[in-house]
Structure formats: C-alpha cells, structure tokens
Write a protein that binds this ligand. Structure first.
Ligand code: 5GP
Ligand code: ZN
Length: 115
C-alpha cells in the first residue's frame, strides 16, 4: 500500500517513536495519546485493513499483535497495573487509518467507560 501512513512508518519512511518490533509486528507511540501510555501495534505487512479482513489463513497475525502487546506492556512497566486494548474497525468506530492496528493504553486509571 503505497499511500498508507502506517506502512510508511513500519518501513522507516515516516518518523515515529518506535517502542518494539519483531518479524511480524511494529509498535510505536500514538501521536495523539489518549492515556499516559498509548502505543499502536501494527502488522508490518498491510495484510489487513480491519476486523472484516481476518480469516482462517491470516488470523495468526492477531495473536502476534497481542503477543507484542504483552511484551510492550512489560517493557513500559504497565503490565501489572493493567492495560486496555482497542481495535477500531469501520465508520461507527471512527477508524481513521486503514491498516489494521491495536491501541494499547495504560499507565493510569482509565475509568469504567468504553468499556
Ligand atoms: P484509529 O482511529 O484508526 O483506530 O487510530 C489511528 C491512530 O493513529 C490515532 O490514534 C492517531 O492519533 C494515530 N496516528 C495517525 N497518524 C499518525 C502518525 O503519523 N504517527 C503516529 N505515531 N500516530 C498516528
Ligand atoms: Zn499499510
């Protein structure tokens, strides 16, 4: 995906504050944090836009993203106090970047709203 901002970030073509990467995933700080710690974790390859694209063949990548979330939470020291993981898919969820990603939020009490 030539015009995808997250593909460009994963390839180092757009600067970011990188937190972690492995063979499958890339993690970086959200530019507009919604909590004290707010990390985006993406597949390196643009194989998914949103939840609707997940199928039997590519669903392993969701596990890789959550495994990266666990590692990142430990690295940031927020694993014990708790994290909230969110995926926005589609219009009603206000997904703004069409490259599958999970938000990992933590580092403070996030209250009982959503969700
Ligand atoms: P969505 O609304 O699609 O679930 O989330 C997209 C997220 O990407 C937003 O939280 C937004 O702040 C973040 N974002 C958009 N552009 C950039 C960017 O260029 N750099 C970084 N680090 N985050 C971005
Ligand atoms: Zn992409």
């Amino acid at each position: 995906m030539d015009d995808c901002i997250f593909c460009k970030i994963a390839k180092g073509q757009i600067p970011c504050t990188k937190v972690y990467e492995d063979e499958y995933t890339f993690a970086f700080k959200d530019i507009n944090p919604q909590a004290k710690q707010h990390i985006l974790i993406i597949p390196k390859e643009h194989i998914l836009t949103g939840l609707n694209d997940v199928n039997d063949d590519n669903s392993y990548i969701i596990g890789k993203l959550f495994y990266a979330a666990k590692i990142v939470s430990e690295m940031l020291g927020i694993d014990k106090s708790g994290v909230r993981i969110i995926n926005n898919t589609g219009k009603d969820a206000h997904q703004s970047v069409q490259h599958f990603h999970i938000h990992v939020l933590g580092g403070e009490d996030m209250g009982e709203g959503l969700v």
